[in-house]
Design a protein around this ligand. Structure first.
Ligand code: FES
Length: 284
């Protein structure tokens, strides 16, 4: 469970400036519904170059709504040049802080603002993904190298987990992790290619908690569930607490006298082999 400040809760429950501006001077769209977070920011700029109005529409978690709301409060009344200097850190600071795992929501706000200003100047379409020229690093979340490098630089990120917390890159299938490591090395001035690392001792070694969780879900979906369904049963993932995976058997598997054997012989064996040999599976 995330710990939210009172200000985050307030902006989530009473978002400021939610909505759209029909005749907006600039529109910035970032994220996508498929990735779980999306934000559209509208800005209206007066003749004196000050932002007179800002509104947002967002799809996302409490932090995404609070960050968007805070962003509008921060930029209204500022000149465009002043607003341009606002970083994701300013958004998080305004809210009294965000859980580290939710910092990507503040980054999304900063990116939407950059896009809206570029759009106002005629430098970019409203959709952020159309204006990227760099290399797509994370296909799962549509994150480009320039976004990752900017997040690393502005927030002094050191690890892949940091990058995932701030940009979401690497939080899905994990395929882009070597590229994220390369960008981290590049940002440290270590050259483009980090030394090849030894083969991991087990598949989940080096993964973030989110990646490990996705891998556990995938093994259950692909290796366990089809076998149970063939016998009229099913399985539900209830919780993951460090090395304990809690599952529930459904259908014919529920209350089956052989469920203990299925748990150990099928579920636990598959997860130990394909994720981490230290995992234990319990029914809950
Ligand atoms: S490609 Fe980045 S997590 Fe899947």
């Amino acid at each position: 469970m995330w710990e939210y400040t009172d200000k985050v809760k307030d902006h989530f429950l009473n978002p400021r400036n939610a909505g759209t501006i029909e005749d907006a001077d600039g529109i910035g769209e970032v994220g996508s519904l498929a990735c779980g977070d999306a934000l559209t920011l509208y800005i209206k700029v007066g003749d004196d170059g000050r932002i007179t109005d800002a509104k947002f529409q967002t799809f996302g978690c409490a932090s995404a709504i609070a960050s968007s709301s805070a962003l509008t409060e921060l930029i209204i009344g500022k000149t465009v040049e002043e607003a341009e200097k606002i970083t994701n850190k300013d958004i998080a600071q305004y809210l009294g802080g965000l859980p580290r795992e939710k910092m990507h929501c503040s980054v999304m706000g900063q990116e939407a603002l950059e896009q809206a200003i570029k759009n106002m100047r005629g430098e970019a379409p409203s959709k952020a993904e159309h204006s990227h020229e760099g290399e797509l690093i994370c296909e799962c979340f549509g994150v480009f190298d320039e976004e990752i490098l900017q997040a690393i630089k502005e927030n002094d990120l050191k690890t892949v987990e940091d990058v995932t917390n701030f940009t979401k890159a690497g939080g899905g299938c994990g395929k882009c992790i070597p590229d994220i490591e390369r960008l981290l090395a590049e940002a440290r001035g270590e050259g483009v290619c980090p030394a090849p690392s030894a083969e991991p001792a087990f598949p989940a070694q080096g993964m973030t908690n989110i990646q490990r969780m996705h891998l556990i879900e995938r093994v259950i979906d692909e290796d366990v569930r089809p076998k149970l369904k063939a016998d009229g049963g099913n399985i539900e993932l209830v919780d993951i607490d460090r090395d304990i995976v809690v599952i529930r058997f459904l259908g014919m598997c529920s209350g089956c006298p052989s469920s203990r054997a299925t748990l150990e012989g099928l579920v636990e064996t598959a997860l130990r082999e394909k994720v981490d040999p230290g995992l234990k599976v319990r029914e809950g």
